[in-house]
Design a protein around this ligand. Structure first.
Ligand SMILES: [Zn+2]
Ligand SMILES: [Zn+2]
Length: 249
C-alpha cells in the first residue's frame, strides 16, 4: 500500500531538488553543486594566515607568543578561531545573508566553515556550541540569527554530534551596530549585553563552550558573551568566527 503522505513528501523532495539551482553565495552566478562561491568570487577568498594565537588578530610575522594587546589585556576566551580573513566576496556573502535577509546563504556557505568548525570542536574538546544571540527585537526584524544558522548548517555539513544550545545565552540589552565604532566604543557598547538564563545555568556549568559568530573585528562582542558564560559557571570558552576583520583602531 502506498502511504499518501510519504508519496507526497517524496514527490516534493524531488521537485525541490530539480528546482534548486546551485548559485554563488556572493554574486548569484552558477556554481558546481557543492561549491559555495563561483570560480571568480573564490579567488577573493583569503585564509586568515599568520595571526595572534589568542585573538586571531592578523599579524605581519608569526609570534611565538600572543600579540601585544593580548599580553597587556588578555581576552576572557581561551582562543579565537577564524578560518578566513573578512573581505572580498565572502564578506559580501555574509553581508547579503544578514542585510538582504537571505538565510539560505547559510547552507551555501557551510562548506567554507564545516571542516574548521569540526577541527576546533575536536582540538578544544568542546562540549557544546553556543551561537552569539541577537536581541529579540533585532531577531524579530531580521527573522533569523545568522550566527545560529551558520553554526547549524556547518554542524550538519560536518556531521558533528556536538549539541548546539541557542536558548541558554541571551542578549538582554539591545546594542546599536558596532560598525564605525572604535575598539573602546565597541567594548562599552556590548558591556553587560549578555546573560545566561538562570534556570538553564546548570546545562552550561562546567562545560567547554565553542561560541560562534559570523564576523569578529575587535572581539568585543565575543568577550562580552564569554564573560556572561563564565559568570554562569562555564569552564572555558573558545571563540569561532567565519571571518576575522583587521582591528578597528
Ligand atoms: Zn560569484
Ligand atoms: Zn592577540
Amino acid at each position: 500500500m502506498l502511504d499518501p503522505d510519504r508519496t507526497l513528501a517524496r514527490t516534493l523532495d524531488r521537485t525541490l531538488a530539480t528546482l534548486y539551482i546551485p548559485r554563488c553565495a556572493a554574486c548569484d552566478g552558477r556554481v558546481a553543486p557543492t561549491e559555495p562561491l563561483c570560480a571568480v568570487c573564490a579567488t577573493t577568498l583569503e585564509p586568515l594566515g599568520v595571526a595572534c594565537p589568542r585573538c586571531a588578530e592578523p599579524l605581519a610575522a608569526p609570534l611565538a607568543v600572543t600579540c601585544a594587546r593580548c599580553r597587556l589585556d588578555p581576552p576572557p576566551f581561551e582562543a579565537l578561531v577564524a578560518p578566513w580573513r573578512y573581505g572580498g566576496e565572502l564578506g559580501e556573502a555574509l553581508r547579503r545573508m544578514k542585510l538582504s535577509r537571505q538565510p539560505e546563504l547559510g547552507r551555501e556557505l557551510a562548506p567554507l566553515i564545516a571542516p574548521f568548525l569540526a577541527a576546533a570542536v575536536e582540538a578544544a574538546a568542546i562540549d557544546v556550541i553556543v551561537p552569539v544571540p541577537l536581541h529579540w527585537r533585532r531577531l524579530a526584524g531580521r527573522g533569523f540569527n545568522q550566527a545560529q544558522l551558520l553554526a547549524l548548517e556547518a554542524r550538519r555539513a560536518a556531521d558533528l554530534a556536538t549539541p548546539i544550545d541557542s536558548l541558554s545565552l541571551r542578549r538582554i540589552r539591545p546594542t546599536p551596530t558596532q560598525t564605525g565604532l572604535s575598539a573602546a566604543e565597541r567594548r562599552a557598547n556590548v558591556r553587560r549585553a549578555f546573560a545566561v538564563v538562570p534556570r538553564r545555568r546548570r546545562r552550561l556549568a562546567g562545560r567547554r563552550v565553542l561560541l560562534v559568530d559570523d564576523i569578529a573585528t575587535t572581539g568585543a562582542t565575543l568577550a562580552a558573551a564569554t564573560r556572561a558564560l563564565r559568570s554562569a559557571g562555564v569552564a572555558a570558552v573558545v571563540g569561532f568566527v567565519v571571518a576575522r576583520a583587521g582591528d578597528a583602531t
